[in-house]
Unconditional design. Sequence first.
Length: 481
Amino acid sequence: QAWDLKGKVSDMEGKIRNYQTKVRSVNEENELLKGSVAQSRNRLSDLEREVESQKSKIWSEMFSLGFEAKSLNNFTSIQSMFVLSSCSGYEVELQALCGVREDLKHMTSEKNFVIIFPLCRVVFTCVSELMFLFVLQGNIRVFCRVRPLVDGGLSSHIQLAPSDNKSITLAKTEESHTGKSADTHKNYHFSFDQVFGPHASQQQIFEEISLLVQSALDGYNVCCFAYGQTGSGKTYTMEGEEFDDSRGVIPRAVQQIFRAGEKLESQGWEFNFTASFVEIYNETLRDLLYTGKPSKRPEHEIRKSNNEVTVTNLTYKQVCSEGQVLDLIALAKQNRSTAQTAQNDRSSRSHSVFQLQIEGANAGRDVRCKSTLCLVDLAGSERMVKSQSQGERFKEMTSINSSLSNLGIVITSLANKESHVPYRNSKLTYLLQGCLGGNSKTLMFVNISPEPDSFGETLNSLRFASKVNDCVIGTASSNKK
Ligand SMILES: Nc1ncnc2c1ncn2[C@@H]1O[C@H](COP(=O)(O)OP(=O)(O)OP(=O)(O)O)[C@@H](O)[C@H]1O
């Protein structure tokens, strides 16, 4: 019996030793695991830090885009906002952080607001702060465009900063008359939403405004006008030339509207477009789409009823394709040049106003929108030269000067939220009333000539544009119901 007991004890001891060995190895494993858990924790916090730093990079990118796009605020609407940006380096993080939506159809739905940066790569939903940033801004933008010298390039008195595309400096050197003192140098600095140098192409210009044009289909009244002295490139900017590359804002805008309209039709939208083209010369309206006998040309008056501005006896042409509108533009050009032969160089001294009224309806969603896209080539802004201003010329210059200065007054009154805005003081502002108010989007091109002898006019144009640029009119709102 004692022998049996001894055997059992030694078995037990063996088992205990086995267990002890197992416990030791489990403990060792445990230690190893603890080590790797600690390592994983460290790795995790490294990753968290990395994520945080990526996040703040993205936020700062977003905010810099926000500030960068400050001038795009014109195109804001609230609800949700999507941004297409060129910040390609952050694609993955943005996807993770914000959820990239590849279905760009969302972007055109009425609930969404889209900002498209030139090299579209990424879409991300935006945060309220940024929307707030946008909403705070006004809705008037100013682009400056410098025409090239006849033999290309730029003269030295116009300086464009290579590092930014928003500022322009006019440099003036005044020679000492006596020769005793040193020449004096004076620089005039201006900044705008964009400054385009002499090499900017028509395509580059249009890329910057295509969103503005697009928003006309979204129910916003949109007005884009070119201001500047005669020969500074207003007509080139607005109408351009016939060849594809040199086509200006008007034909490109028409093309965009019809192409985008067609796409929206596949989403249940139906659009009606009505075009008109008017010239304002010496405070008198002339229908540029008139095809009747010259002797029977009717007179026109601007009327306003139910918040809508219309012109009596004006041709309002229903159009349903880009080609039809281009034909009308050609007709308007012909009508303008016919008047020009009778009165030399008249087009420089008249404003031309192209308007495309857009009415859209989406029966499925029970939404309607109504807006006007208004594209204006203003008369030359040069000041009156007293010795040359007699008779008809004096009358022309007076009416141009007063209508252009009234345009400035209207914009300033809107910015100052004055109770009375003197739209009716000139035909131009009266006609543009619907497109210049606080709930529309306005873009002004200030075109400047690079020749040294245009220095005075260039300075005047930039000063005018600068005043306009300082105006914060309000936040645009869509006429969508
Ligand atoms: N960015 C440009 N690049 C090349 N040529 C240009 C540019 N801008 C203007 N031009 C040319 O300069 C000339 C004057 O331009 P444009 O007729 O557009 O001036 P404008 O301001 O409309 O003058 P006006 O008041 O007489 O109508 C034209 O021959 C036009 O082709």
